[in-house]
Design a protein around this ligand. Structure first.
Ligand SMILES: Cc1cc2nc3c(=O)[nH]c(=O)nc-3n(C[C@H](O)[C@H](O)[C@H](O)COP(=O)(O)O)c2cc1C
Length: 206
């Protein structure tokens, strides 16, 4: 049985454009994987706390020396990581907020980057431990940045996810959503076409 992890990071939950587009991906994936399992991680509905010194200290503490509070912190991070490990494919709905990724997504990333769990250091440098999964990022933006130096999100995601071993990434862009109605319709239509192309049954059926 195949598993798809859908990570939603729009602050608007079901009203978010990126979530609507991610839902289109999920529907197509379900149609091609009727026995498959979909896990939804909604970062607006269930926000991940900011990483602070106490939480990071819990990650670093030796397992046998962790306090009950530290064990709870690590258990929470472990549960987020288990979803990633279980997934065969990941779809990430990602808005642009103030020229970056949503802070909720950054907080999530800070809880799934764990030395010895999702990456490890070797003589040849860091090695990601979440390999063998495809990642589909659906990026929603008010303006148009794809292919320019102002698109900080694409490079950041490639760097971060690649660090964890997730280097098979497809990006779908829905851009110009705040420019005017025609631009918005064009941006959504283009994203729909890209999602439909990426979810052809022969490409995603388990
Ligand atoms: C707080 C906030 C900040 C935003 N900042 C940007 C931005 O820096 N660049 C941009 O192109 N669009 C920006 N937008 C527009 C969003 O990217 C656009 O509305 C997108 O559809 C949001 O995705 P969502 O509907 O999935 O949340 C911003 C929107 C909000 C609410």
């Amino acid at each position: 049985m195949k598993t798809l992890l859908a990570i939603r990071s729009s602050m608007f939950s079901d009203g978010g454009q990126s979530n609507g587009l991610a839902n289109r991906f999920v529907s197509a994936w379900r149609a091609s994987n009727p026995e498959g399992e979909v896990i939804v991680r909604d970062l607006a509905r269930d926000p991940v706390p900011h990483l602070d010194a106490a939480r990071f200290g819990a990650f670093l503490a030796k397992p046998e020396e962790r306090t009950p509070a530290q064990r709870a912190v690590v258990g929470y991070s472990d549960a987020l990581i288990a979803e990633l490990q279980r997934a065969d494919a990941i779809v990430l709905g990602m808005p642009m907020y103030n020229f970056g990724v949503p802070s909720t997504l950054k907080a999530y990333f800070d809880h799934v980057a764990r030395a010895g769990v999702t990456f490890r250091y070797t003589d040849k440098g860091p090695v990601g431990m979440l390999s063998g999964k495809r990642v589909f990022v659906v990026a929603a933006r008010g303006g148009r940045y794809a292919g320019t130096s102002r698109d900080t999100q694409t490079a950041y995601l490639r760097d971060f996810l690649g660090f964890l071993g997730l280097d098979d990434i497809e990006f779908v862009y829905a851009e110009g959503l705040a420019l005017n109605e025609a631009a918005k319709a064009q941006g959504i239509a283009r994203a729909h076409a890209d999602i439909d192309r990426l979810t052809e049954p022969e490409l995603i059926a388990g």
